[in-house]
Design a protein around this ligand. Sequence first.
Ligand SMILES: [Zn+2]
Length: 215
Amino acid sequence: MRTLTRETRDALTPQMAIDVLRRGNERFVNNLKANRNLLQQVNETSEGQHPLAIVLSCIDSRTSAELIFDQGLGDIFSVRIAGNVLNDDILGSMEFACKVAGAKAIVVLGHSRCGAVKGACDGVQLGNLTGLLAKIADAVALETETVGDRTAANPAFVARVAELNVMLVKRQIMERSPTLAAMVEASEIAVLGGMYDVESGAVEFYDAQMLIGAA
Ligand SMILES: [Zn+2]
């Protein structure tokens, strides 16, 4: 598997960048990891990097973006924070990744059985974690279908909140970053949501026929 150069990366459309990730996840799920010499990639990327996407995922030890998308050094920017929530610094990192460094896609990646989502569902309060979970609480409030058990003990409820949390973060990116919104509008980048299944290893992308521009 070749290391991305500026030329190979710049030749990608946002759709193609997403397809690279989609195919990488298929390899991961089928245990067909691409043959890479990571030490060689250290050398090849030492003068500069040309990643194709930035992935916002959870700190969960099972959701390492490089592994689940079968990517090597220099391929993707990776932002990880409990519950894959957004803040101004992460938004700034996304603006750097896309506007300055040329990444073609932003992926907001939730995952099943997320402890942070469960914590928000149960209204957990703990030190600085309380403020982080408050961001996910907005997704809990958006979930209006579950009338029975609205706690972490209800897997269907947790899954629904995780999905809404991804949608919410995607929307926040568009609303809070005029820079990124303009790039989406110009079809220079795509902002995509997805969900990683910790049982199967598979990523489901939500926006099947590629969103672009759609809020
Ligand atoms: Zn998580």
